[in-house]
Design a protein around this ligand. Sequence first.
Ligand SMILES: [Zn+2]
Length: 421
Amino acid sequence: MYQCDVKTMTDKIKAFSKFGDTGNGGITRYALSKEDIAAREEFVKRMKAIGAVIETDDLANMYATIAGSDANAKRIVMGSHCDSVKNGGNYDGILGVIGAMEVLETVVKQNIAHKHPLTAMIWTNEEGSEFPPCMMCSGIVSHDYMPERFRDNFEYHKMMASQSILDTKMTFGQKLSSFPYKGEMENRISPEKYKAMFELHIEQGPILEDAKKDIGVVRCVLGQMLYRIKFYGQAAHAGTFPMKKRKDAFYAAAEALCYLHQEIDKLGYEDLVYTTGEVVMHPCVNTVIPDFFDFSIDVRHESASVLNEVREIILKLEQKQWQGCRCQVVLGWNRDTVYWDKKLVGYVKEAAKELGTAHMDIHSGAGHDAQYISYMLPTTMIFVASQNGLSHCEQEYTSPEQCTEGATVLLNAVLKCDKED
Ligand SMILES: [Zn+2]
């Protein structure tokens, strides 16, 4: 077994936390921003220092590759994203890049024999913080490999037209065209050139910490569905219209939301999660009874039949009475649970076991670039514990020792994959 170095891991974590530093322990580093450029410069500098060959594709995804003993063998790639949400932390995404860099550095430093070329990678615009959607560039690259019903979401021209939430005149395509790390389409990751992908990531939840484990052997990304629940009422004057005659869309929605919580909780699935995170109200004036209210509900679980039970509860809302308002349920989108490649999951588990780490099987509740790449290549993920389960905030933290342990498991799992043929 080989070990990564806590000193060089810590050095990299510190170095990257400067790019977009908010001064409060976290970063704001949007894709294609000057902070993103600075992070990529650091990546290039450090990877060139170990003799890696740097390539970038037409979406500015970056690849640093060291040769293996067989020049014709397919590459094994490790990577994640280096962009963040607003006031995000120093670990989400970038840890997977740092871990991949550490693996390459360790292989070079310790002169570890391997057959396949090994690649450390940065994905562009995973968070979609300025230019939605999330996981944009892994989605575009995987477009031709994904099931037909998802393809529409990642059409190249649509993604290029994605508008900045900060500058209404700027599209993703415009910003990308002048980005210094935009390269050639022929450099994109593909099944012809790549054998497998590993993504190291923070858990972003409390499961590992609560179980006193450091490493998560990730089996899958949970199935997910998003619905919009809309209520249509009647606007009227807040001072003159009697309570009994009202069709208040907000009141209707509030009742329906409580009903949903009661009915879904009655199903009794402890690992089922659902969230109402977005609402729209019209006209949203304090002297007018609302005539329209719309709320989102995002539901996640591994089992399709559990998601179906929840779906039935949601669809039944339309047939019920809600303060005299009409209710309409609209499907936003849904996706099935994505299972990682069994062989690769096995390598991660073996490595975690042989290294004597405190590990457990886990699922991912969040989406990651790896899930789209799984339509193209054998793919898997490794999680490290998140302190207090926090992420997408400045308090996000994983200790240097746990980060290094994650990189060590990654290194040894990749070497097992390297040896399989
Ligand atoms: Zn992430």
